[in-house]
Design a protein around this ligand. Structure first.
Ligand code: X2X
Length: 332
């Protein structure tokens, strides 16, 4: 009797294990930055939450440094759409060549601060941006954050557009950036993040723009970037997203699990990232970087100098979306 029960239990356990392993799945998740940065930590948090909540049934394997697209970060969205990559935590900048609506976040001096950014991502314009991604065969799940992008260079302090004249600035391979820095009188050069640090090291370029977290963790001060201007000219949110075929192949309960874990990981990362900003700035200053903070009037001069970029890019992004963003920002 006892033995029969033992065998029944064993059979049941074996069946359970078989069912679990039959369902066990692994998916690739692409990121540009590793888990030394908030960006990579966001993806790892997502993976950890999914692993925990699925009791090990679903594994998200994070591939940093845009390695699944050989470092070519502006190809990430296409690779995910074609199924080469299952999922990604990606920047709006890098996906904007395929999803023009995402250029909204790169419009220079549209947003002033995190409250403006949150008004966009958390409101109607955020929904419109997600709809634009969905329309192109990718399922967006949640927002994260790379951060407000600040300007650094090796040549001189920058407080006015004239100070930028002729400086070679590395920008991401997204056309809007070419226009912004050209309007400011600089000499923009497009290259991937993988190529940026070597180019700064050799002096092939004079400057770059990235969030403080990237400047801090990548030790951009060590490659001669002694001048930093806090101009908060734009911010790139991160988006947690899944290839549509992968999504459709998942049971409803797993979709919900993935979505909720992405929302939780994104919220966690945004808070973490923002809570570290002040300390990062202190550390950067302590390393001898000269930090310029702009007055409202100084910032306005940069905004005025890039008005043509906002004008020229608004129809490409969509008048309705840009207007929705302006309204969301203006709301008290
Ligand atoms: O390439 C960059 O500057 C980075 C790392 O911030 C992005 O991928 C947008």
């Amino acid at each position: 009797m006892k033995l029969t029960r033992f065998f029944a239990a064993l059979a049941a356990a074996t069946a359970l294990t078989a069912a679990a392993s039959a369902q066990a799945r692994e998916y690739s998740v692409s990121t540009v930055l590793s888990d030394a940065f908030p960006w990579g930590q966001a993806a790892q948090k997502w993976a950890d939450l999914v692993n925990e909540r699925s009791e090990g049934r679903i594994t998200l394997r994070v591939y940093p440094n845009a390695q699944l697209v050989a470092g070519d970060q502006t190809k990430e969205f296409s690779a995910m759409r074609s199924g080469l990559i299952d999922m990604a935590v990606g920047s709006t900048i890098n996906w904007s060549p395929q999803v023009p609506e995402l250029n909204l976040f790169s419009l220079p001096f549209l947003m002033q601060n995190s409250a403006d950014l949150d008004a966009i991502t958390g409101g109607k314009p955020g929904e419109m941006a997600f709809a634009a991604i969905d329309k192109r065969g990718i399922v967006p799940l949640a927002w994260g954050e790379n951060g407000f992008r600040e300007l650094s260079n090796s040549v001189r302090p920058i407080q006015t557009p004239a100070d930028l004249a002729g400086l070679k600035i590395r920008v991401v391979g997204s056309p809007l950036f070419q226009d912004t820095f050209t309007a400011l009188g600089a000499n923009p050069t497009q290259m991937s993040w993988a190529d940026a640090k070597p180019a700064l090291t050799t002096g092939a370029v004079d400057g770059q723009e990235n969030p403080l977290s990237v400047f801090d963790v990548a030790r951009i001060d060590q490659v001669g970037q002694k001048h930093l201007t806090l101009w908060h000219y734009m911010a790139d949110p991160l988006i947690f997203a899944v290839n549509q075929r992968v999504w459709k192949g998942l049971p409803e309960a797993d979709r919900e699990l993935l979505r909720q874990a992405a929302i939780d990981a994104g919220k966690w990362e945004i808070e973490l990232s923002r809570s570290l900003e002040a300390k990062r700035l202190d550390d950067i200053r302590a390393r001898g970087v000269e930090v310029a903070e702009l007055t409202d009037a100084q910032r306005q001069a940069f905004s005025d100098a890039t008005a043509s970029v906002r004008e020229q890019w608004t129809p490409k992004i969509g008048e309705e979306l840009v207007e929705a963003a302006r309204q969301a920002i203006a709301q008290p």
